[in-house]
Design a protein around this ligand. Structure first.
Ligand code: PLP
Length: 405
């Protein structure tokens, strides 16, 4: 028998996904019997968050009615209509197409694949959600990060965006509210991004998967609501707002100038047809979710606000750590000052305390800065325990590595 190695494709070489990669080491440590506190995965169902009951009931009924075959490639009619109604509430203008996918993840993959040729680039928010860079590696694009400004509540740095555009730039991604920083983009910032997109003929990908999870009464603005001509694909889904990430239901809403978008929409639909359809019975949960009772959101936002407050207060009281207040989603992205390597810091933290967080480098960050991402979904007692452990660990770490606070 030959012992030749099967070589994987080069396009997989630089694919990483820090949120789950960190679990490999965490599982090793857990084997030694250490109690672990997992603050790495944004899954509300692991804690005291539940989807609305009517969403589950309608999905279950669909399964019992045997709607278990293939669905149309773009999705079932009642769900598409509900997404359109919700988009109209978000004041998204000039909608040209809507399609349902296996999580927003698949919509993102399909829309990037249908637009970009090898060697082209997309302006990508940094820090940002690592799926975007993973797909770009797969498509053999070169990375074109733009930075979010920590000193300005993590708003996109408009000057940095302008300076990064070149003749191969085809699109700009915004994640709003942002993962990992929890920032909510201002109208002014969004307007400037539209101006840039129109000037340079860029498609805007607006990831709004957390749009209903804003705190402090803050309003979410869909970038597609601000201009009817600019080509935008707004990504959404049930995973976060409706707390069923395991359903794998997401969507894309294409809006903007009809003529400019027609070939691109056909390319997207070719890919949608080739993969048949998204999960079928779960699509029956979309209309009841979007159009039904929303009271689960009040309950969730109340919990998230008090957990966010605790997070910001406790982390900011640790010498050498600072944390910008998140406004939405359920993540914070605190900065660790005066260290060289956040991956080393998070690994040591995990070994010493069992607290699992994701290193900032897994989301991208301004060179020379170090961060970690915390998921503040767990109840206050767990968070308090984790932050106390981080505080004690950090002091020891800085002493051990001889860094002054
Ligand atoms: N976009 C962002 C910004 C996310 O944080 C996530 C998941 O964490 C996704 C997309 C993936 O969403 P879905 O579960 O719908 O695939």
């Amino acid at each position: 028998m030959s012992d030749s190695i099967i070589k994987p494709a080069k396009r997989t070489q630089s694919i990483t996904y820090a949120v789950r990669d960190i679990v490999v080491l965490a599982n090793e440590i857990a084997k030694s019997g250490k109690e672990m506190l997992y603050l790495n995965i944004g899954d509300p169902n692991l804690f005291d968050f539940e989807p609305p009951r009517h969403l589950i009931e309608e999905t279950y009924k669909a399964m019992l009615k045997n709607f278990n075959g293939y669905a149309p490639s773009s999705g079932i009619k009642s769900a598409l209509e509900a997404i359109e109604k919700d988009a109209e509430k978000k004041e998204i203008k000039n909608i040209q197409d809507i399609f349902i996918t296996t999580g927003a993840s698949e919509a993102i993959d399909i829309c990037l694949t249908a637009l970009l040729n090898e060697g082209e680039n997309i302006l990508t928010p940094t820090p940002g959600y690592p799926l975007y860079t993973a797909i770009q590696s797969k498509l053999q694009l070169y990375e074109n990060p733009y930075y979010l400004d920590e000193s300005n509540g993590w708003q996109p740095d408009i000057d940095d965006i302008k300076s990064k555009i070149n003749e191969k730039t085809r699109a700009i991604i915004i994640i709003n509210p942002n993962n990992p920083t929890g920032s909510n983009a201002s109208r002014e910032t969004l307007q400037k991004i539209i101006d840039i997109a129109l000037e340079h003929n860029l498609v805007i990908f607006s990831d709004e998967i957390y749009d209903k999870l804003l705190m402090d009464g803050e309003k979410h603005i869909s970038i597609a609501s601000l201009n009817p001509e600019v080509p935008v694909i707004t990504f959404g889904g049930l995973s976060k707002n409706y707390m069923v990430p395991g359903f794998r239901i997401g969507w894309g809403i294409v809006s903007g100038n009809k003529n400019a978008l027609k070939d691109y929409i056909e390319a997207i639909n070719k890919l949608l047809r080739a993969r048949l359809c998204a999960n079928h019975p779960e699509q029956y949960g979309i209309a009841p979710s979007l159009l039904g009772d929303q009271s689960h959101l009040d309950v969730a936002i109340k919990k998230l606000t008090s957990r966010r407050n605790l997070t910001v207060e406790m982390l900011n009281s640790i010498p050498g750590i600072s944390c910008v207040e998140p406004r939405g989603a359920f993540y914070a992205f605190p900065r660790i000052h005066n260290i060289d390597d956040d991956k080393h810091w998070t690994e040591e933290l995990m070994k010493e305390t069992g607290v699992v967080v994701v290193p900032g480098s897994g989301f991208g960050q301004l060179p020379g800065t170090n961060h970690f991402r915390i998921v503040f979904l767990p109840p206050e007692d767990i968070l308090e325990k984790a932050y106390r452990a981080i505080s004690q660990f950090h002091e020891k770490y800085m002493n051990k590595f001889k860094v002054s606070l």
